[in-house]
Design a protein around this ligand. Structure first.
Ligand code: LMR
Length: 396
């Protein structure tokens, strides 16, 4: 059987991360995978996470199975982090299942959507994070795109997007990144989100919000604003939550899926369906990361420390954005780089061709994703200027 299988090229993001690790050049620079780094290029364990983990290891008496939906304190804390102080109805309509990272949540959502029999197509922004395609295809969904952003003008394509959304067939699934859009860094403003929600409501489209960077854009509450607005007015939605970046728990695969139904009586159905999807694939999600996060949510001091650390990361990313925009402007006074400062989150698209990206990697050991996405959080004080000098001549 196995001889029928063919080798698959490395993943568009993880493959480059591995190639970087294998590069022995002392000049190499990594702007590939979306992990936060400090000014020395390290990705330290967050202080609140280290302390919560220490307490967990000291007190944990067993590794026996937990209930299929996951750690209660984690699920409750995530519901509050995402939905904020909502009225009790929204809360009682929303099922929460712990998942292996944001990817696990996206996949469970896609599988559940398939089970509804409402459709077999998912709409993704153009461009979007590469793995959305893989995750949705693996669940058997056909892919369609809606216009979102132009890398050449560095702007959202608002009119084209709204026009395209207003032609999506009812009951289709649409993936919307709630904030810090990957790979563009460009998010709709509040007025545009209102228009998007109008269309979704009118056309009875099912939104799957991807919330992978909450806290790293404009703030924990601001980054979930569209989800909270949707919760007030839409009958149903999914929210895929990742704790990879805002808790720095990348490899611990910590995430959750929120599923909001029409009324509280649907919640049990949604919980049992989600748990059943999980059981048929990975059975249940790992608990180490969720127990760490629950420990943070449940201790006011640790919670405050975590909030401070998230704010610190966000502030540093914004500072790097401003410095990088300035460094580019120093090289190219003919261009306006303010879009880099006003974009949010870890990523921006430089708008280079794949050939240019390949040449930068091969000749200068500067690694970025082939669509010219850079991880802003991977810039360092000392690398900003050389990177600006390398890329500015290619930009427009
Ligand atoms: C990224 O986009 O770099 C991150 O979300 C990591 C990943 O899994 O691709």
């Amino acid at each position: 059987a196995f001889d029928k299988l063919k080798e698959i090229p490395p993943d568009a993001i993880l493959g480059l991360m591995t190639a970087y690790q294998a590069d022995h050049s002392p000049d190499k620079i990594d702007l590939t995978v979306g992990v936060y780094k400090d000014n020395q290029g390290n990705t330290p364990v967050m202080r609140a996470v280290a302390e919560s983990e220490r307490r967990l290891i000291e007190t944990q008496a067993s590794k026996a199975y937990l209930p299929p939906l996951g750690v209660a304190g984690f699920r409750e804390g995530i519901r509050r982090m995402v939905l904020g102080p909502v009225d009790g109805t929204v809360e009682s309509r929303t099922a929460v299942i712990q998942t292996p990272g944001g990817c696990g949540a996206l996949r469970v959502a896609a599988d559940m959507y398939r089970r509804t029999g409402s459709g077999d197509t998912v709409y993704l922004s153009n461009p979007t994070w590469g793995n959305h395609r893989g995750l949705m295809t693996a669940a058997g969904l056909a892919l369609e795109e809606y216009p979102y952003y132009s890398p050449s003008t560095h702007q959202l394509e608002v009119d084209q997007m709204l026009d395209s959304l207003s032609r999506i067939p009812p009951q289709s699934l649409i993936v919307l990144q709630a904030s810090s859009h990957n790979p563009t860094g460009e998010d709709p403003d509040a007025a545009t989100w209102e228009q998007v929600l109008d269309i979704i409501e009118e056309r009875d489209i099912l939104p799957l919000f991807d919330l992978a960077y909450q806290g790293l854009g404009d703030g924990l509450d601001q980054d979930a604003a569209v989800i909270r607005a949707a919760a007030e007015r839409l009958p149903e939605m999914f929210v895929a939550v990742s704790c990879s970046k805002n808790f720095g728990l990348y490899r611990e695969r910590t995430g959750a899926l929120l599923i909001m139904g029409k009324d509280p009586s649907h919640r049990k159905v949604l919980e049992t369906q989600a748990a059943n999807v999980a059981r048929g694939s990975y059975s249940m999600s790992p608990a180490h990361g969720p127990l760490i996060v629950a420990g943070i949510f449940e201790d006011p001091k640790l919670h405050q420390l975590w909030l401070d650390e998230v704010n610190e990361m966000r502030g540093r990313i914004q500072g790097l954005r401003n410095k990088f925009a300035q460094a580019l402007a120093n090289e190219r006074s003919d261009l306006d780089f303010s879009w880099i400062s006003h974009q949010r989150g870890m990523f921006s698209l430089l708008g280079l061709t794949q050939n240019e990206v390949d040449t930068l990697r091969e000749d200068q050991h500067l690694y970025m994703v082939r669509d010219s996405r850079i991880n802003i959080a991977g810039l360092q004080g000392a690398t900003i200027e050389p990177i600006a000098k390398a890329v500015a001549p290619l930009m427009s």
